[in-house]
Design a protein around this ligand. Sequence first.
Ligand SMILES: Cc1ncc(COP(=O)(O)O)c(C=O)c1O
Length: 401
Amino acid sequence: MSDPVYEKTSSLYDKYVMQTYPKADIVFVRGQGSHVYDSAGNDYLDFAAGIAVCSLGHCHPAVTAAIREQAEKLVHVSNLYMNEVQPRLAQKLIEHGFDGTCFFCNSGAEANEGLIKLARKAGSEKGRFEIIAMNDSFHGRTLATLAATGRSKYRKGFAPDMPGFKFATFNDFESVKALVSDKTAAVLMEPVQGEGGIIPADPEFIRKVRELCNENDMLLLFDEVQCGMGRTGTFFAWQNYGVMPDALSMAKALGNGFPIGAVLASQKYSHILTPGTHASTFGGTALACAAACAVIDTYDRENILENVKVTSKFLIDKLNAMKEKYPQIQSVRGKGLMVGAVLTGPATPYCAALREKGMLALSAGENVLRLVPPLNVSMADCQRAIELMEEVFAEDAAKNK
Ligand SMILES: Cc1ncc(COP(=O)(O)O)c(C=O)c1O
């Protein structure tokens, strides 16, 4: 059946939008809660949430109201002046358990650039500039964050890599220790690797790396772009481990879809980036901060972290039960609502099959089916997601008989 909105949108994309993404065959026109609707009116259960962004679901009324209200008052003045909203957001973030200060920017990659600059500046007087990053990590698409990204396929074609990054094996403490030199400024990791395949850090690994950083005067940097903001069941991902980094990056869920990123530095490193050393025109604009303030207030008011715990247990238990039935599922791992089913082959065909049934899910690594639903997802929607996955695995098993 012809769909004029789809046809028109698709041809405009073909003609005017740079094709850096694989061409999609769907146009979304509306979202509400854990559901999005395409141009033909089909309803999709959204367990991708804009790649772990819409943690309060689509168009949460409190966030929409805050954006609307602020847009009528003041959108942007630049950081040459103060706006009332930026420090309010900083206070909310810090009061959720990170003793330090915040720098605001616009994306995950930009936040990680900030972490890298912070570490280099902190080490500059001692000639320390190297950063030990992890294999299988993902930190963004800018040149510095690509250089810090362990998954080398993303760097292909953009040589030479920015110098100063070394790669250790995630969860292998000795491999980190072996790379430390008098040039090492910091160790950078995602407490739960996202794009790499939903791989949580071992508590012992994180604890030992923290000690190593303390002993060698190096910063411990956490990329919480995907795993932060409640995604893993605690407000900051590091709170799962009780190991506080010296600085961390945030983005994705911070604005529930409104672009905003942040660098949080602990008190010890709060005064490294001095006036003139770092900046971002749109960073901490009143409008973005109003959206993020509404997000955080809603987390607290709606007890989002409790919902993450309950729904996470449900999904992981059900997937583990499915694993016993379907040999395509090797194992289930993750934390909170960052859940991965490790499959015996590529996850992309399963994502496509789920989409056919009206559910959005993601792949991670190559073989991991990744579920990152809104953090306020209902039990009924979790139950539905399990039913749809069960159907897909059952049909796949029948085909391969
Ligand atoms: C852990 C992590 N860091 C950084 C980024 C990059 O964020 P952005 O796309 O907002 O630049 C991502 C994006 O997927 C991510 O998952």
